[in-house]
Design a protein around this ligand. Structure first.
Ligand SMILES: [Zn+2]
Length: 61
């Protein structure tokens, strides 16, 4: 039986996150602080997340 979801917490605001299965290297967005988080590792259904600097797009303003 595989784990249907993975759990982790935002390193910035410590909001608990439950996400569908991801693999290291994928990125998620924290719903609370909107930071982009990269999955560093997945261990036993637990995510290790690291905030990444987001390159803001130039929207042509
Ligand atoms: Zn957060």
């Amino acid at each position: 039986m595989t784990t249907a979801t993975l759990n982790g917490s935002c390193p910035e605001c410590e909001t608990g996150l439950t996400v569908p299965p991801v693999v290291p290297g994928e990125t998620l967005s924290c719903p609370e602080c909107m930071l982009t988080l990269r999955v560093e590792d997945v261990t036993d259904g637990r995510l290790s997340l690291r905030m990444v600097a987001v390159q803001l797009r130039d929207w042509g303003q």
